[in-house]
Design a protein around this ligand. Structure first.
Ligand SMILES: Cc1cc2nc3c(=O)[nH]c(=O)nc-3n(C[C@H](O)[C@H](O)[C@H](O)COP(=O)(O)OP(=O)(O)OC[C@H]3O[C@@H](n4cnc5c(N)ncnc54)[C@H](O)[C@@H]3O)c2cc1C
Length: 493
């Protein structure tokens, strides 16, 4: 039997591809028949999530082209919508794969201009293809820095921020000052703060009246074509302290760390790796390892890190309490953490390779499999111990042993990053996905709700919402802003 191709699709689909080829040029459009291989939307992904039926990829070169493409899709006769990616490296949650079948990928990685960089004012205007590595390099030697994540230097600042990613300094969503958005009818609007030509206005993302910026985060209500991103003040001095503790001391050790965070002694996002996750990421295994950053002036860093080390020793909880040396001694996690707290992601790709055995460009095609589950947990020793108990239960039930890294988002909330690493073959993938399903069930039943979803658990968004009325409001907004489904339903709708 002849394999179906794009030409078996309704006339409206064939027409829209033809109009888009005329607009952006044929080399910027790929069309896929089912099972086609070799390009985004049909290539493998590191999570081994099911490949969705993706009809093609469009790679616009300008924002004007993005507006026109979206406008073409705002058509009641067109039964497909756009799935938007910036650099498509959402590893562990589905990579560039859409949540739903029958979409066309809008790949914005060629929109890669840093439109402006204002060191004095503290912001950059970047397009979706601008990677954290590129912006960080532009800031080297200045007194501003980017809040970088632990992921590859080749990941998008906008893509990560729009999925509510987490950097080493703070949540990436807090770096978003304003967004340039293409609405489903092709109109271009700026929400939040945006620089003015002739006068300087203070950086304030909320605006007057209802705050619109958050409408476009974890959202299928618009296509973000640029963002105003906050540049943090670079601390005059910084020291990363490493504290090791044994499993039996998990509860008091976490409560001690929490106290230091609550009292403002710790800068950035405190991280705690368990043995399994440290080993996953190419770090040293054995007990728990906390990394905390102290920053400020030279004298304040000396004073505070001295105080923390004194308290750590006198508590008797920590088996090792030391400021990091500059040299990481081959430990990929230590090298990444040390650089990334200071806005330098140049060690991140070595950690990625130590983790998955491949460089960024090959992670989805080759090497090991990888899944993320990302629940929020209250910051207390007792809750962290309970969450680890759930991981032990998953291990017992499925034979899969997940790792965990704690990112303290505040003195009250932890991003409890659950990682599942597996051999890339069908049986191991099946077990890993069973462990992931159990994580959703067990953690949410305990009240530890995920704040980001993978493409297979998009339907959990209704289950996880505390009020069905709020979900209904989201649907009303979608219907009113995007009545023709120009943008496909994503992971959060
Ligand atoms: C070893 C390792 C370490 C990692 N460390 C971290 C970490 O520290 N913190 C962290 O957050 N993640 C981390 N990740 C996960 C992931 O790699 C990053 O979150 C990465 O930044 C996401 O990929 P991206 O930037 O290419 O975004 P994309 O995949 O391009 O975008 C992510 C999602 O945002 C939406 N989106 C993207 N662009 C647009 C747009 N222009 N308009 C509208 N919607 C859009 C889409 O839904 C898309 O699926 C890690 C992964 C690995 C393997």
């Amino acid at each position: 039997m002849r394999a179906a191709t794009i030409h078996d699709e309704p006339a409206s689909v064939i027409r829209v591809f033809s109009k888009i080829r005329d607009l952006v040029g044929p080399d910027r459009v790929d069309e896929f028949g089912p099972g086609a291989n070799g390009a985004w939307g049909s290539r493998p992904n590191v999570g081994m999530y099911r490949t969705r039926r993706n009809l093609g990829v469009i790679r616009p070169a300008t924002v004007e082209q993005v507006c026109r493409v979206v406008e073409f899709f705002d058509d009641p006769d067109l039964p497909i919508g756009l799935h938007v990616v910036s650099t498509g490296r959402n590893w562990g949650l589905g990579s560039a794969e859409p949540a739903r079948d029958r979409t066309v990928t809008l790949d914005l990685s060629d929109l890669d201009e840093i439109r402006s960089l204002d060191i004095e004012g503290g912001f950059a205007i970047v397009e979706p293809g601008v990677t954290q590595g590129r912006l960080a390099t532009s800031l080297a030697g200045t007194d501003r820095m980017l809040n970088v994540t632990a992921s590859s230097a080749h990941t998008s600042i906008i893509g990560n921020g729009l999925d509510r990613g987490v950097g080493l300094r703070q949540q990436r969503v807090d770096d978003l000052l304003g967004l340039e958005v293409v609405l489903p009818d092709g109109q271009l609007v700026h929400v939040g703060w945006w620089p003015e030509k002739d006068r300087r206005t203070p950086l304030y993302p909320y605006g007057l009246g209802p705050s619109l910026l958050q409408l476009f985060v974890q959202s299928d209500l618009g296509v973000v074509s640029a963002a105003a991103v906050r540049l943090l003040h670079r601390p005059e001095a910084q020291r990363v302290i490493r504290l090791a503790f044994a499993s039996r001391d998990l509860v008091p050790a976490v409560n001690t760390l929490r106290r230091w965070v609550a009292q403002g002694l710790v800068g950035g996002v405190l991280k705690i790796y368990d043995t399994v996750s440290a080993a996953f990421y190419g770090g040293r295994a054995g007990g728990f390892l906390a990394h905390l950053c102290v920053d400020g002036t030279v004298r304040s860093v000396d004073a505070i890190s001295g105080l923390i080390l004194d308290e750590a020793v006198s508590s008797g909880l920590f088996t090792e309490a030391a400021p990091h040396g500059r040299e990481a001694g081959g430990d990929a996690v230590v090298a990444m953490v040390e650089g990334a707290y200071g806005g330098d992601p140049s060690h991140n790709d070595a950690m990625l390779e130590a983790t998955l055995g491949q460089p960024a460009a090959r992670v989805d095609e080759h090497g090991l499999g990888w899944l993320f589950f990302l629940p929020l947990v209250p910051f207390s020793g007792e809750d962290v111990a309970r969450a680890h108990g759930l991981l032990a239960q998953i291990h017992e039930e499925t034979g899969v042993r997940p790792g965990c890294t704690v990112n303290a988002l505040s003195a009250d909330v932890i991003d409890f990053v659950v990682t599942i690493k597996f051999a890339r073959e069908d049986r191991a993938a099946e077990r890993a996905h069973r462990a992931l399903d159990r994580a959703y069930e067990l953690f949410s039943a305990t009240g530890f709700m995920p704040y980001r979803l993978d493409i297979d658990h998009a339907d959990w968004v209704d289950r996880l919402s505390p009020d069905p009325g709020a979900r209904e409001l989201v649907r009303r907004l979608k219907t009113s802003l995007d009545p023709n489904g120009a943008i496909a339903r994503g992971r959060y709708s």
